[in-house]
Design a protein around this ligand. Structure first.
Ligand SMILES: CC(C)(COP(=O)(O)OP(=O)(O)OC[C@H]1O[C@@H](n2cnc3c(N)ncnc32)[C@H](O)[C@@H]1OP(=O)(O)O)[C@@H](O)C(=O)NCCC(=O)NCCS
Length: 166
């Protein structure tokens, strides 16, 4: 699939939500538990700070958003974590395994280095083997597993923590 990877802008909100909401509604892939409105997504994008990274993967043939990857500072209550970002990756459920994440990761690594990050960190549901395999393929290592760390629809889910030095 021919793709463009570029920074998200507020007009991408509807496209991002149409990738994100079916993933959230599948209830087995992400720690997000409620769908987003287009308006909420638009204001999130409008409010992005200079150190945030938000890339969309756009299909070249019809300009449809087929994936996105975002990264934000791990914490802002101290400068101790200024070099650490938290990443999330979401690919349209109908367009998986076509190399979209493979295109997003290097673009985000490059932007992250430019913005002064030295390390990327994230949380993945322990039952999401595909996401774990994807992140490992892109150089992340498993730090450990936090047991019964998320509670979704009353069910406890273990969460795997992964990290990658840039
Ligand atoms: C995880 C996810 C982002 C992968 O995106 P993708 O565009 O399908 O991934 P790619 O096509 O670039 O595949 C990259 C590598 O990931 C692994 N991978 C991807 N899909 C896989 C699958 N179905 N089974 C096993 N490994 C898989 C493989 O190592 C693959 O490389 P290969 O095909 O050359 O062997 C996508 O499946 C997704 O959005 N899932 C739902 C949301 C989610 O789980 N996000 C992660 C939590 S932040």
């Amino acid at each position: 699939m021919e793709l463009f990877i570029r920074d998200a802008n507020p007009d991408d909100a509807a496209g991002i939500v149409s990738v994100f909401n079916p993933i959230i509604e599948a209830r087995s892939l992400t720690l997000f538990d409620a769908p987003f409105t287009v308006e909420a997504e638009r204001s999130y994008i409008e409010g992005l700070a200079p150190r945030d990274v938000f890339h969309v993967a756009v299909r070249a043939t019809d300009n449809v958003v087929v994936g996105f990857q975002s990264m934000a500072p791990f914490a802002t209550y101290t400068h101790a974590f200024d070099h650490v970002g938290v990443i999330g990756t979401y690919v349209d459920l109908r367009s998986r395994r076509q190399g979209i994440a493979k295109r997003l990761f290097p673009a985000t690594f490059e932007a992250a280095r430019r913005k002064g990050y030295e390390k990327i960190f994230t949380y993945i549901r322990a039952d999401n083997a595909v996401a774990l395999s994807t992140y490992q393929k892109h150089g992340f290592r498993i730090v450990g597993k936090a047991e019964r760390h998320a509670k979704l629809q009353g069910l406890c889910v273990d969460v795997v923590i992964v990290e990658r030095l840039l």
